[in-house]
Design a protein around this ligand. Structure first.
Ligand SMILES: NC(=O)c1ccc[n+]([C@@H]2O[C@H](COP(=O)([O-])OP(=O)(O)OC[C@H]3O[C@@H](n4cnc5c(N)ncnc54)[C@H](O)[C@@H]3O)[C@@H](O)[C@H]2O)c1
Length: 436
């Protein structure tokens, strides 16, 4: 990891010290900075991306959950600042790590970003500091991986000279009812003093704090939440495939089951999992479980079913073209409508739309996409085109953004493959619509 050695000049009136520094100014770090700043804390965001840092200091938000006008207010009135300079960590009270925890190409946990940053933090650690890891990871990371790096680099002892805890971020980007500020915060320290220090940090910034006995319990809490989603989505994705063979509308069944006021939680089928969390995090536990001679079969099975969904959806598009237009996939013009991994956001990380586009291209289709939130996909050399459904042999609804008029789409398109039930009753009634 390259960390700039020189400090940027101190702007006039800028506080020399900060209550809290957040390392990693992404989907997690920036909303977290907002809730701390709104609670009256002085906040420093630390990121290796100089463009992001410049944007933040100008008040230009690149995270949809924190609107630019809100960020400008936090910068102007609450002293929120960003830097590429780890040296400034010396002057903060608490350091929160919100860095990516991806999988390697072999689908094993890749903690290199977090642990590389930890080595830099360790050089600046001083007695009295609090360090909290928020990145999603397997149980044991905070105590067994992070702690030794912090201790060896600083000569200090966790739980004695400095406090160390894990507290999972549970933000759901794009959501407005449950946000960083009102989703309860689970905290678990390496000892009671660390747990209490972490609880004090978040008190006032988040509404509810839930203490657990260890960082391992806090780490596994987050994984349980994401595995719960992955497994239930897989269940309903499998059911969707059976429903197709049985001639039953899976959406009608899920909606009907959801009328039960207890004992059932509604999950929707779709083209596969997306985002930085649900497709990735469960495999952190799978990997760790192997150390204990244990196979996490639910996680593996869910992964298998969910990862097969883009292939299944490609076959639906193929059938729809065959039956409704007597066309093969090869040479067909297909518009993918919505490429973000979920509605009303612009995040395409791990989005099943990317896989589906690749599969359609491999089958010889000419693929364009429209997404009001995603102007371009550089890795596929594609730019969002205007929504003109009549130009295509088939429109595949992959992400159901709320700004799209689906009734008008059905009226104007020749053929729609609806993988999200976005066309609702109109889609059910129309012989132009082929549904998952
Ligand atoms: N995005 C979500 O919805 C979400 C929700 C809950 C938990 N999480 C977890 O939170 C963690 C962070 O995810 P995210 O979505 O905010 O990631 P992100 O990719 O949006 O942001 C990470 C930021 O870290 C910066 N960065 C990379 N290496 C750095 C380094 N060495 N030093 C400083 N900055 C560095 C990047 O430039 C980027 O700005 C992950 O573990 C993720 O699983 C994410």
């Amino acid at each position: 990891m390259t960390v700039p050695e020189t400090s940027p000049p101190q702007a006039p009136g800028e506080p020399a010290t900060f209550d809290v520094a957040i390392v990693g100014a992404g989907y997690v770090g920036v909303p977290l900075a907002q809730v701390f700043a709104e609670a009256g804390r002085s906040v420093l965001l630390v990121d290796v991306d100089a463009d992001r840092v410049d944007a933040l200091n100008r008040g230009d938000s690149y995270i949809e959950d924190v609107p630019p006008e809100k960020l400008r207010e936090l910068v102007a009135e609450r002293g929120l600042r960003a830097t590429t300079d780890y040296e400034q960590l010396r002057d903060v009270d608490a350091i929160v790590i919100a860095l990516p925890t991806p999988l390697s190409r072999q689908r094993e946990p890749d903690l290199s970003i977090v642990l590389g940053a930890a080595a830099e933090i360790a050089k600046r650690l001083r007695p009295g500091h609090l360090v909290v890891l928020e990145s999603t990871t397997y149980p044991g990371t905070t105590r067994d991986d992070l702690r030794p790096i912090l201790e060896q680099g600083s000569g200090l002892v966790a739980g004695v000279d400095f406090d160390l805890a894990f507290s999972p971020e549970r933000v759901d980007p794009g959501r407005t009812d449950w946000t960083t500020g009102n989703v309860p915060k689970v905290v678990g320290g390496v000892n009671d003093a660390s747990t209490e220090a972490a609880a004090r940090l978040y008190a006032g910034a988040v509404d509810t704090i839930h203490r657990v006995s260890s960082p391992e319990a806090a780490e596994l809490t987050k994984l349980l939440e994401n595995i719960f989603r992955s497994v239930n989505i897989a269940l309903v994705n499998e059911l969707a495939q059976l429903c197709d063979r049985m001639g039953i509308d899976v959406w009608e069944v899920v909606d009907a089951a959801a009328t039960k006021p207890f004992g059932f939680m509604s999950f929707k089928p779709g083209p596969g999992l997306g985002g930085h969390c649900i497709p990735v995090d469960p495999f952190y536990l799978t990997w760790k479980a192997r150390e204990f001679g244990f196979t996490t079969e639910f996680i593996e099975l869910a992964g298998k079913v969910n990862e097969a969904m883009p292939y299944y959806c490609r076959s639906l598009i193929s059938q729809a073209l065959n039956h409704k237009k007597q066309k093969s996939m090869s040479g067909s013009h297909i518009l993918v409508l919505g490429v973000a991994y979920k509605p009303d956001i612009g995040d395409v990380r791990e989005s099943p739309a990317l896989k589906l586009i690749e599969l359609l291209r491999n089958a010889g289709s000419d693929v364009a996409y429209h997404d009001p939130h995603v102007p371009s996909i550089p890795e596929l050399a594609l730019e969002s085109v205007p929504l003109d459904p009549a130009q295509y042999d088939c429109v595949a609804i992959v992400t159901d953004h709320s700004s799209i008029d689906y009734d008008a789409l059905v009226d104007r398109a020749d053929l729609v493959v609806d993988l999200r039930n976005a066309t609702g009753q109109k889609g059910r009634d129309s012989d132009k619509v082929w549904k998952l």
